[in-house]
Design a protein around this ligand. Structure first.
Ligand SMILES: [Zn+2]
Length: 286
């Protein structure tokens, strides 16, 4: 599948009205000008944070093993190298886990096979997109439900639109997004390790996902929006109940998802890093 850019990197203003989902996902409106504007916007953004990686107390016991999957067959985020570095550093500084990377289709066929999964404790889909070519989806999901961990970051919900079983495990499906925006996410279930460092609200500038359905009844909600973001889509500022991050049991296993993580400076944000680290600690049951 050709990795043609999708709307992830640019505005959906004017595209949403009357468009169907397939059109929204498949339209290619990337241009060199849009890219230049995006880069300019990113590099001049005063909200860019330092690359400091906060550490947490070293966890007793041997480090868990996490497979970080960054293969894409759709849009490919420029933040993927930053995501990889952040996850590796979080594991090393916390002492909680070590990472190996799964970056190509061949890697997926090897590492996400039953034999490959036998050597890891959890899998993170870090900004994956599209159908990744997992050789046996039933076996992969069975491995999670047997007691292992899964974490999906940002476009992990823009992955496997053709596989309802994956989307059910994840807990929802990406629909669309507008312009990048600052949101004040509501922290829910604040005793959960993925959000306990965040206070009652988490202010962040990122690309904000909309999902195909409300999922409050089937997950432990961790971050939500109580109003529509000012992202150029209709209804900005209006009251709403929009999911943004959640956790859920999956058989004997655990799944964690956060829609945040489009931008490099989000991955470099110390509070976001604590959000991710807490989510990984939870799926690892540590
Ligand atoms: Zn994105």
């Amino acid at each position: 599948m050709n990795a043609a850019p999708t709307p992830c990197a640019t505005s959906m203003r004017g595209v949403l009205g009357g468009a169907n989902r397939r059109r929204i996902r498949g339209v290619s409106i990337w241009t060199p000008l849009a890219g230049a504007l995006l880069l300019a916007a990113c590099s001049s953004d005063p909200r860019s944070s330092s690359s400091t990686i906060l550490t947490s107390p070293t966890t007793a016991g041997p480090a868990s093993k996490i497979l970080v999957v960054t293969y894409t067959t759709g849009f490919r985020h420029s933040s993927i190298p930053t995501a990889e570095t952040t996850l590796e550093t979080l594991g090393r500084t916390s002492g909680l886990f070590t990472v190996t990377f799964c970056r190509t289709g061949d890697d997926v066929r090897r590492d996400l096979s039953p034999a490959g999964l036998a050597s890891v404790d959890a899998v993170v889909f870090a900004n994956t997109t599209g159908n990744l070519g997992i050789p046996d989806m039933g076996a992969f999901l069975g491995w999670i439900s047997a007691g292992h961990g899964f974490a999906g970051m940002h476009s992990a919900s823009d992955t496997y639109h053709d596989e309802p079983r994956y989307l059910e495990m994840l807990g929802n499906e990406f629909l669309t997004h507008g312009d990048q925006a600052t949101v004040d996410a509501v922290v829910e279930n604040s005793d959960h390790p993925a959000v306990s460092p965040l206070g009652s609200r988490f202010r962040i500038f990122d690309e904000i996902y909309m999902f195909t359905r409300a999922n409050r009844g089937s997950v432990t909600m961790l971050l939500s929006l109580d109003r529509r973001p000012a992202d150029g889509l209709p209804g900005a500022g209006q009251s709403a109940d929009l999911p943004l991050a959640w956790a859920k049991s999956y058989g004997q296993g655990r799944a964690f998802y956060s829609a945040l993580g489009h931008r490099e400076d989000v991955w470099e944000n110390p509070l976001y890093q604590q959000h991710v680290l807490g989510g990984l600690r939870w799926i690892l049951k540590r």
